[in-house]
Design a protein around this ligand. Structure first.
Ligand SMILES: Cc1cc2nc3c(=O)[nH]c(=O)nc-3n(C[C@H](O)[C@H](O)[C@H](O)COP(=O)(O)OP(=O)(O)OC[C@H]3O[C@@H](n4cnc5c(N)ncnc54)[C@H](O)[C@@H]3O)c2cc1C
Length: 457
């Protein structure tokens, strides 16, 4: 360890790691196995004081600074070659106030930490669809989850966020305190500081159901048109999830001959009983899935039902659709037929609307009013498939461009350039975000993200 690293270690309650230290290699690993970077220093913070010390150290030493919680950035924004990683994972406490129906969540918690703490009280908040994702990165980017059509995006449940800014200030953002910053944190990502504490409103969610229904690809056109018509007529807000091309999973209810094959499936959740769910999806059940599982499951199990082990290579993209025409369905089907199978990849289509679209104008992401989100996400093992899968995801998005709203949800994409970032907010909101950025991070210390440039006069 060099002398400068020792200076950070003094009075640091957490752990400072540099190359060669035990734990360094584990600590630099993130979900996307394509990312293999070697930071100069990983500062595993245990306290807010540690976060301040790490930020001061990084700037003093002229290091690029990455901020890491769940490590699920597909582009690898939370780890940097030769720079400093401010790693929040040791700060993962969650406490629940059942009277106030709130959860107080430390900045490095995952959704598994939150769900486990809330479940015994029959309370929940919308998180992501995979429990190992970090609360911080997902929420600050907006936060799309199973029950979003009923309760809104994860960030809609925010009551307050505590941040440490680049110059070491502790700032609270809420509807009352620093409201412009609070607005920016509903989608503006990690651009404004290191979030050390979130307070979320909780909802009662005592009974939840989950379904995985599978069909052969030959059914796709009828299936997607039926689903589209159901959405157009008005889907119950209790019904979450969508349809996806996927590889037949090795699950007991899936016949052997379907495992490992290209299938199209409905992955759905219901804020209610199995019977209510069956009634909500009756027109799809009538299309005779070749395998199906519908059951009441605890929220924690639903939230982790799709958890893939880390270690796969990842490339993701997304496109918002204003409507789902027959032509757009045919394009989606052609793309689903081109997906790499067998692999954990999915070509997903989700209806938005409901509480996602409610009050969209109040927040930085106007695209929340999109009717549909298409999300090709490639996960694969063999580097020899890199070019194929990356081109597949890019082509999937490009092919749907004629039906697109022109906007995109940034949590669902990697690094696709500045125009895509602006389209995640729209020009007016982007400009407003640049002013908030100039107030809280004028030197753009937090630039390893979907970067919002500080406004300059
Ligand atoms: C398997 C998987 C499933 C996913 N599912 C969903 C989903 O269902 N819905 C959805 O909306 N998105 C989903 N995502 C995308 C995910 O929300 C984003 O990639 C998000 O940024 C990940 O957050 P993280 O804390 O895990 O990531 P990290 O890689 O740790 O961080 C990503 C970025 O978030 C910022 N950040 C992290 N922690 C902090 C902090 N404490 N303070 C300030 N900024 C911080 C930084 O800018 C950092 O670069 C998924 C991603 C993966 C890989």
């Amino acid at each position: 360890m060099t002398r400068t690293h020792v200076s950070l270690q003094q009075n640091f309650a957490g752990i400072v790691l540099t190359q060669g230290d035990p734990g360094y290699d584990d600590a630099r690993e993130i979900f996307n196995a394509m990312i293999d970077r070697r930071p100069a220093v990983i500062a595993q913070c245990r306290t807010v004081e540690d976060v301040k010390a790490a930020l001061a150290y990084g700037q003093r030493e002229g290091l690029d600074i990455a901020v890491r919680s769940g490590g699920h950035s597909v582009a690898g924004a939370s780890v940097i070659d030769g720079g400093l990683v401010v790693d929040l994972r040791l700060m993962n406490e969650v406490s629940v106030d059942t009277d106030a129906r709130t959860a107080t969540v430390a900045g490095g918690a995952t959704w598994a930490d939150v769900d486990r703490a809330c479940q015994p009280h029959g309370l929940a908040t919308v998180g992501g669809r995979v429990s190992s994702t970090g609360v911080a990165g997902l929420t600050l980017g907006g936060g799309s989850g199973w029950f979003e059509r009923k309760f809104g995006l994860a960030s809609d449940a925010l009551i307050s966020v505590d941040l440490v800014t680049a110059d070491g200030r502790e700032v609270t953002a809420s509807a009352e305190e620093n409201p412009d910053l609070f607005w920016a944190l509903h989608g503006g990502g990690g651009n404004f500081g290191v979030a050390t504490r979130f307070v979320f409103a909780l909802q009662p969610l005592p009974v939840t159901a989950f379904a995985l229904l599978l069909w052969l690809p030959e059914t796709a056109r009828t299936l997607l048109r039926t689903y589209r018509d159901m959405v157009d007529r008005g889907l119950p807000l209790d019904l979450g999830g969508g349809m996806a091309y996927l590889t037949g999973p090795p699950l007991p209810f899936v016949p052997d001959e379907l495992q490992g094959r290209r299938l199209i499936g409905m992955i759905a959740t219901y804020a209610g009983s199995e019977a209510e769910m069956r009634s909500a999806i009756a027109p799809l059940l009538a299309l005779n899935p070749v395998a199906s599982m519908i059951a009441e499951l605890p929220y924690t199990e639903i939230q982790s039902a799709l958890d893939d082990p880390p270690g796969f290579r990842n490339y993701w993209s997304a496109q918002h659709l204003a409507a789902l025409s027959d032509e757009a369905i045919d394009v989606f089907i052609a793309q689903g037929e081109a997906m790499l199978v067998p692999s954990p990849s999915q070509h997903l289509i989700l209806p938005w609307g409901g509480a996602v679209a409610d009050h969209a104008e109040n927040w930085p992401q106007p695209h929340r009013s999109a009717a549909w989100v298409v999300h090709p996400f490639g996960l694969w093992e063999d580097p020899a498939d890199d070019d194929y899968v990356i081109s597949w995801a890019r082509n999937a998005v490009a092919g749907l461009q004629p039906y697109s709203t022109g906007a995109v949800y940034l949590n669902f994409i990697g690094n696709e350039g500045e125009d895509r970032i602006v389209s995640g907010f729209g020009r007016d909101n982007y400009d407003r975000l640049t002013r908030v950025k100039a107030e809280y991070d004028p030197a753009n210390v937090f630039r390893l993200n979907h970067n919002i440039k500080p406004w300059t006069p």
